[in-house]
Design a protein around this ligand. Sequence first.
Ligand code: GDP
Length: 437
Amino acid sequence: MIIVIIGAQWGDEGKGKVVDLLADRFDIVARYQGGHNAGHSVYVGERSFVLRLLPSGIIHPDKVCVLGNGMVIDPKAFFEEVDQITEQGVVVSPDRLKVSTRAHLIMPYHRALDHTSEERLGNEKIGTTLRGIGPAYEDKAGRRGIRVSDALSPDLLKLRVERNLEEANRIIVLYGNPPLRADEIIEEISPLIERLRPFVAETSHFLAGARKEKRRILLEGAQATLLDVDHGTYPYVTSSNPTAGGASVGAGIPPHHITGVLGIVRTYATRVGEGPFPTEMLDAEEPIAHLIRERGNEYGSVTKRPRRCGWFDAVATRYAAELNGFDSIALTKLDVLDELYEVKVCTGYELDGRVSDTFPAVSQDLRQLRPVYRTLPGWKSSTLGTTRFDELPPNARAYVEFLSDTVGVEIGLISTGPERDQTIIMEGSTMEGWFAG
Ligand code: GDP
């Protein structure tokens, strides 16, 4: 069984908790795109882990984790994270952590280029995490990237760094920053590559073998659907494809071997950084945004940036469901809305006097449209820790059912708090089948 799990909105949907819950039922957890900008918070009892690059499965001692070919990996960040969780008592060894030979490396000049590129864009900046991820993907598409397998050969690494740096330094200097030196980069990176060597593997071959042996594989998307470079709110997107198709390419798994796709959807929306956000709570609704931000701890887990908060966007979520082919949805953070008198759901976009239920390709349209809302009554009572759907307040049940109906996908799981056991599994759902199987 191979299941893909993807955020349906702009990220931070609480995927960390759901993946962690599901990881119990899987043998292998693999990531297929992105880099160390993912920022999952995972809580296990009293312990909390922040994972940026490693799949959440790494916390479970009997799981194998894979960093697939579609990823970009900063070796320094990789070992910082490995060392951090090792200190927290997690055993990380090459037999349970495998890095693709075909993944691309983030080099120090990619970080410098990320800063330069954002400075150059000024007001139009993308709001990247400045970790060099975008420039590493640019080099990949430009066919000058350095793959993990290249770096294992010291001569090739030196050649590539020297050649690439010539180009990168032109841009770095142009924007008034000091040029980087190839020898210093090689000196910094070489010991890290040697340390990485035992973790390097032919990961798609490994995954194919695991599937044949009937091992259960979870493919964990980072960022989310609306940040997909093709399908998201371009140009305010990430540089890779978090959507389900990306899982096939980025893990090297044939599409028809994927058994199912689970969407992670939050009961409201947030967005970090720049970019259009149709249902953002602004002005008069700022106190509601504030309440949600505090109750839902809506601050970047890596950057600590306060997240922009907004109402549930059924148009965007339906678009995500269609693109990814969600078989089931895990709905998170129901408890965060407990104190609201009423909850709004955006069911259409009004632009130039016309109401549409399709998600536009043009970022400018997304900025100008007026969301059409359906207002539902709040439930004004605590749902925190509820484990059965029939024990939810009637208005909370009605809200959940309304979301499922407007998005057109079953809700298989409802999260009612940050802890693992604060969860409702919907009886008879596809999701329940995955849990049981
Ligand atoms: P992720 O990257 O998608 O996992 O999102 P974050 O790292 O931003 O995690 C979301 C935060 O919400 C973490 O602090 C979680 O513990 C917390 N969380 C997840 N699910 C729930 C929930 O159902 N209720 C509440 N109150 N918090 C939750």
